[in-house]
Ligand binder design. Sequence first.
Ligand code: FE2
Length: 336
Amino acid sequence: MQLPTPVLRPPFNITRASHVVLTAADLTASRRFYEQVIGLVLTAEADGTLYYRGIEEACHHSLVLHQAGGAPACRRIGLRMLGDEDLEVAFASFRQQGCAPAWVEVPFQGRTLHVTDPVGTPLEFCARMPVAPRQITNFASHRGGCAQRIDHCQILVPQVPRALDFYSAMGFRLSEYIATDDDQLRGVFLQRKGNPHDIVFFHGAGPRLHHTAFFTPEAQHLLKACDVAGSLGYGRTVERGPGRHGPGHAMFVYFRDPDGHRIELFNTHYQAIDIENEPVRWDVKDPNVSFPWGLPAQRRWFEEATAFEGVAIKEAEPKPKPMTLERFLADQAERK
Ligand SMILES: [Fe+2]
């Protein structure tokens, strides 16, 4: 398989996944979920918007929730650049590629650049935010899953190779990927910050936001988040796990927030920095990709995702046929 050659010195410096911007129908319900179950820290509430950060994060926000009616949506995926000069260089590059770059004013962010990537994902780049004290040693304030920082987003798209080419040209490095026997890409894990991923693309109807992931240090925090969810009446929002990933190897648990947006908490990631690190290939048929032990995810985990506001969704060809919990149990019953 011909994978893109890594661009080790890209013309502008994207540093990491930064934030996501979601809509929420009821901010009171969102506050209860994100503060008590996930354990995020509220930095500000202004003009019908909640701004959250993880307990180790100093930058103003990694999750933005805008109160809005209608179907739940994701408005933007935020990525950080190192400096304002990187934004300037990126603007010219995006214009040349037909990504409709536009300078916009966004509260609590420095100069901000809006761009749509070639697979339809609405992106938002900035290099600066106000800072607030890190809460990492304020142990008495830690709650629920103690989410420390945003780590990555996963997006479903029908054109995974196109996403891979675009992000690789911007300096993202491929840490792991999932492919069929005939070299069709089904998932790509792309990173800038030196661990397995900042942005992930999987084959599926899209573009749609599959999940946003926050890092938490210990497996016990995953269980604590589940226990808190159960005791607050959110038990059915625990959609998948706790379990262990194949790619990335982390332990995880997935929740659905009060609007149905999917949030992952996970622990541990390995470093992926050195020049000789080659992408790890996974066979799409290998059950260890999805569930090294235990049971596979429910069908809804594979099929349901958050639409990007105002962005048309295209079907994927071929239609994904994952090993769902429903299929797994039916296969088991048939064998008896
Ligand atoms: Fe994830």
